[in-house]
Design a binder for this molecule. Structure first.
Ligand code: ARG
Length: 456
């Protein structure tokens, strides 16, 4: 019986059960965190006198040897030893002999695995914050080049009012800024140390939980050992933040797909971010934004899956909790991979300034401005709205846009129209006039850009 927990068993584990209950195929990703946690645990066991100093040194040397061997690919994971924690413990005992068996004093895999995952997410949350920052930088750089670039702004995907392209892009800067704030805030919850909670009830050894927490860079220890081993809120929180972030990425991706279509031609994605068709030689497909949009599904799915795993669990540890890992890894890898592609894709896209400009001259998106014009001449807005509605209808019937109508034609609808109507109708002017705080006027966008730059 070679299981580390085999003492009370009289039969070998069924092979299928062994395969299906093992987590080593995926939790091997926690190897470094597991060793880091074990070294901190040993340091504490020595400093509290629970473990002799020389045993502590032997164990730490053994753990470092394992870390190096793992890096060089010299060790192979075994399903027989179920998970990363027991694989490492088994290697340790093989490496340094029975003294390796002292490592698990005053500890359980339950507080150990929770600690590993806190460490793992702390590390990756920092990486993701950095990647969000890079994406925001790419957005700010493109926005800086396009304050004066005007395109139709849409509501209901119908042309609404012209806007500065920088303004449109910066909307995504602020979404990502909120995502970054949420990630930073979540660090508070990632910074609690479960280690020392034991299996569920604490331990009989005189451990020092604060010392281990400090050693591992945690700010505090979980005050309740049962909560410490069964809490997975920190993973749910990460997945929720990740879901919101992927939703933002997906919205931008969707716009990039639309903008790069033949029908819009507002942008062209760099060749290095597109792929071709195996049958249609003319195709250049926006696969990258499409995939970013598509990958949002798995990130939502991972969140729903873990919420469902957790909903009926009695305290404290249950094997169900092992199902927390694959989704967590997948969300981390999806977010990191997506952001890594997004920033350079924004950086390298070409903006078709002329095509955007052409679009705003061929629509009725300056209609609100004529209504506002009549309001400045004394007409109530609701009345002006009705008048302009009639003018738009007239324009559509006569195949004319608002800039093409003569003053005589305008005067048929209201005597308030004067020559100065044409001043408010030009797209540049339409944009410039929206100079309320947070509006799309070039001066407001310039202020907004400075604000964004200050935050980076
Ligand atoms: N592989 C396990 C998991 O990820 C580690 C904790 C196992 N604890 C236990 N009592 N079986 O959840």
């Amino acid at each position: 019986m070679s299981k580390l927990w085999g003492g009370r068993f009289t039969k070998d584990t069924n092979k299928l059960v062994e395969e299906q209950t093992a987590s080593i195929s995926f939790d091997q990703k926690l190897a470094n965190e597991d060793i880091q946690g074990s070294i901190a645990h040993v340091n504490m066991l020595v400093s509290t006198g629970i473990l002799a100093e020389e045993d502590g040194e032997t164990i730490k040397n053994g753990l470092n040897t394992i870390k190096n061997k793992l890096k060089k690919g010299e060790l192979s994971f075994s399903v027989e030893h179920e998970d990363i924690h027991m694989n490492i413990e088994k290697w340790l005992i093989d490496e340094i002999g029975p003294v390796g068996g002292k490592l698990h004093t005053g500890r359980s895999r339950n507080d150990q695995v929770a600690t590993d995952m806190h460490l793992y997410l702390k590390h990756h949350t920092e990486t993701i914050i950095e990647l969000v920052h890079e994406t925001q930088t790419a957005i700010v750089n493109q926005a800086g080049n396009h304050i004066d670039t005007i395109l139709p702004g849409y509501t209901h995907l119908q042309r609404a009012q012209p806007v500065s392209f920088a303004h449109h892009l910066l909307a995504y800067f602020w979404m990502l800024e909120r995502d970054k704030e949420r990630l930073k805030d979540s660090m508070k919850r990632l910074n609690g140390s479960p280690l020392g909670a034991g299996a569920l009830a604490g331990t009989t050894f005189p451990i020092n939980r604060d010392a281990v927490a400090q050693d591992l860079g945690f700010d505090y220890v979980y005050p309740n050992s049962m909560d410490a081993v069964s809490d997975r809120d920190f993973i749910l929180e990460f997945m929720s933040i990740g879901s919101i972030m992927m939703m933002h990425i997906s919205r931008l991706a969707e716009e990039m797909v639309i903008w790069s279509s033949q029908e819009f031609q507002f942008i062209e994605l760099d060749d290095s971010f597109c792929t071709g068709s195996s049958i249609m030689p003319q195709k250049k497909n926006p696969d990258v934004p499409e995939l970013l949009r598509g990958k949002t599904g798995r990130v939502y799915g991972n969140l729903m899956s873990l919420l469902t795993v957790l909903k009926g669990l009695p305290l404290a540890y249950n094997k169900d909790l092992q199902e927390d890992k694959e989704g967590m890894f997948d969300t981390v890898e999806t977010l990191e991979g997506s952001l890594q592609m997004l920033a350079p894709m924004i950086d390298t896209m070409t903006v078709n300034v002329d095509q955007m400009k052409h679009a705003v001259t061929e629509d009725y998106s300056n209609a609100t401005d004529i209504a506002d014009y009549l309001v400045t001449k004394g007409m109530p807005f609701r009345e002006a709205h009705a008048v302009i509605g009639k003018i738009v209808l007239y324009g559509i019937d006569h195949h004319k846009f608002l800039l093409d109508l003569s003053l005589e034609e305008y005067k048929q609808f209201s005597p308030l129209f004067q020559e100065d109507i044409y001043e408010v109708l030009a797209p540049e002017q339409v944009v410039a006039n929206r100079n309320s705080y947070g509006g799309t006027s070039q001066t407001e966008v310039q202020k907004q850009l400075s604000l964004a730059e200050d935050l980076l």
